[in-house]
Design a protein around this ligand. Structure first.
Ligand SMILES: O=P(O)(O)OP(=O)(O)OP(=O)(O)OC[C@H]1O[C@@H](n2cnc3c(O)ncnc32)[C@H](O)[C@@H]1O
Ligand SMILES: [Mg+2]
Length: 198
């Protein structure tokens, strides 16, 4: 079994990468699996791609191994793309999913249904010692619901209704989410690289 390190401390992301990488015979290790304490990486880039690159290159340099990183978030059109790259800390430094989605709903309180369009964005960076880092981007279009619903997924999933669905992402099974998500679309773009990984 091939192994790949995902430079994330987000357990929800880890589970999705694990599920989606299993078909490539790749087992996933994350920053949650290291014995030593790994400091939080400062994500001070201006784009999802810059932040994914910072995370991947930090860990690839530290451990001299190939690393994949994910920087993702929710862009809400009526909020000019917010929370965007600031999605994790939208409602404060403690990165609380529930408070983040409540804040998004509050901001959209007076926004009518047809103007509640949004998308999930996922930039994936691949960093290897001695190689140029590259990034890909996947998106998932949808709208923001009036109220949170569902128990699946993580983050903003309870308020995001993907296009062509009448359920929130949190009401989708993990297999359903992993077939339409922004993360899935990003991973499809590195499929060849994943297949060639030794
Ligand atoms: O940086 P790492 O350690 O990977 O973990 P993180 O949780 O800080 O991750 P990001 O910096 O990429 O921030 C992503 C934000 O977007 C949210 N998000 C990302 N993917 C999502 C998904 O598939 N469903 C719902 N929310 C998602 C997530 O909850 C965070 O608030
Ligand atoms: Mg982060």
């Amino acid at each position: 079994m091939k192994q790949l390190v995902i430079a994330t401390k987000n357990a929800g992301k880890v589970e999705e990468f694990r599920d989606m990488f299993s078909k490539y015979q790749i087992s996933v290790k994350s920053l949650l699996d290291f014995d030593q304490e790994i400091d939080d990486i400062v994500e001070d880039g201006e784009t999802f791609e810059e932040n994914a690159t910072i995370k991947a290159e930090t860990i690839a340099a530290e451990f001299e191994i190939p690393v994949v990183a994910d920087d993702s978030g929710l862009e809400i059109d009526a909020l000019d793309g917010a929370p965007g790259i600031y999605s994790a800390r939208y409602a404060g430094e403690d990165k609380n999913d529930q408070r983040n989605l409540e804040k998004a709903l509050r901001e959209l309180n007076n926004v009518p249904d047809q103007k509640r369009t949004a998308r999930f964005v996922c930039a994936v960076a691949v960093a290897r010692p001695g190689h140029e880092t590259f990034t890909v981007r996947g998106t998932c279009e949808g709208t923001i619901a009036r109220h949170p619903k569902g128990e699946g997924g993580f983050g903003y999933d309870p308020i995001f209704v993907p296009l062509h669905s009448d359920r929130t992402m949190a009401e989708h099974t993990s297999d359903e989410k992993n077939s339409i998500s922004h993360r899935k679309h990003a991973i499809l773009k590195i499929e060849e690289w994943l297949q060639d990984l030794s």
